[in-house]
Design a protein around this ligand. Structure first.
Ligand SMILES: [Zn+2]
Length: 339
């Protein structure tokens, strides 16, 4: 019995000494001191010991048990404190290290140009409104006097979602949506994203931005349109800028025109920016077609109006003399930081 106890003790102490983690120590504890543990088995066999020897054997078992428990406790404490020390070491903060500096972003050139443009028109009493990017064929084409056989409706040019729903190809559908509401007079500016089935190159992208303008009131004439856009050109491109209206055709305006401005770079003498002509095309415009007014529930005998559409990227590229539209979408901070 004595040898057995001695052997249990020695084996236990050596296992405890070797153990390097808490779980292992717990396993050792259970295997020796637990209900079915080796030492507990010895206690159970006390009935086989002669009655006169029982007190002595009992004392030996208790001493062995106390000895093992003390060693276990000691080892657990030492592992716990080693773990704590390790954790403290890991979580130490070196307060002398320099901090992580956050770099402030800034507005994209497109956004800067848009805000400049909005400021000009807000100053003239325009309201900024927006419309859906996913649009009904009815608003994108039909109500804008664009017939079913118009080339713009071709699947080559437009992203269709269903037969009647598409990604808007222009911001002009906002015109119809606003006119339909019937609140007159109207003086709105509507910037937003538009989509065309175009390959990406230096001047094309399948997604770009337009800014739509619409005025409807009693007695609006072509003179109001010319005065407004002339004022815009002067405020946006510089006081000396002159405008020129060239006849053009859009289905939803009549008459229609394209507007050129004198080159802000050379003042009209001719340079690289204006390709030597002294003029730069900036937008399309016209008097709202009476049929468009009618379709949107406005009496063309009583009201008239004008509309214009500006390509945001176009004027951004011009204003900042950027020669490739792709640069605006690549989001390379080395490029964007220049503005
Ligand atoms: Zn020029």
């Amino acid at each position: 019995m004595k040898e057995k106890l001695q052997s249990i003790k020695e084996q236990a102490l050596s296992k405890i000494a070797e153990a390097q983690d808490i779980n292992l120590l717990n396993d050792i504890k259970v295997s020796i001191l637990g209900k079915k543990g080796e030492l507990t088995q010895v206690l159970k066999s006390m009935k086989d010991v002669a009655p006169e020897d029982r007190p002595k054997v009992g004392q030996m078992v208790n001493e062995t048990r106390a000895n093992i428990e003390a060693k276990l406790e000691e080892k657990m404490k030492s592992i716990n404190s080693a773990m704590r020390a390790e954790k403290m070491k890991r979580e130490t903060i070196d307060v002398t290290l320099p901090g992580v500096k956050k770099i402030d972003g800034h507005r994209h050139p497109n956004q800067i140009a848009l805000e400049d443009l909005e400021r000009v028109f807000i100053g003239m009493g325009y309201e900024i409104v927006s419309g859906p990017e996913i649009e009904y064929d009815k608003y994108n084409f039909e109500l804008l006097n664009i017939p079913a056989n118009h080339p713009a409706k071709d699947e080559q040019d437009t992203f269709y979602i269903t037969k009647d729903i598409l990604l808007r190809t222009q911001t002009s559908p906002v015109q119809a949506r606003i006119m339909e509401q019937g609140k007159l007079p109207i003086r709105i500016l509507s910037p937003g994203r538009v989509f065309r089935s175009d390959e990406v190159d230096a001047t094309h992208s399948p997604s770009f931005h337009q800014v739509e303008g619409l005025v409807v009131d009693k007695g609006i004439t072509m003179a109001d349109l010319k005065g407004t856009l002339d004022q815009f050109a002067k405020e946006f491109f510089g006081e000396k800028t002159k405008t020129k209206f060239r006849p053009h055709h859009f289905p939803f305006t009549e008459p229609s025109a394209e507007v050129d401005i004198t080159c802000f770079k050379c003042g009209g003498k001719g340079c690289r920016v204006c390709k030597g002509s002294g003029w730069i095309e900036i937008l399309g415009c016209g008097m709202v077609h009476p049929h468009v007014l009618e379709m949107c529930g406005i009496d063309p005998e009583e009201y008239s109006g004008f509309a214009f559409g500006i390509g945001l990227e176009r004027i951004t590229l011009l204003k900042y003399e950027i020669d490739d539209m792709r640069l605006l979408y690549e989001n390379d901070t080395r490029f964007l930081n220049q503005f």
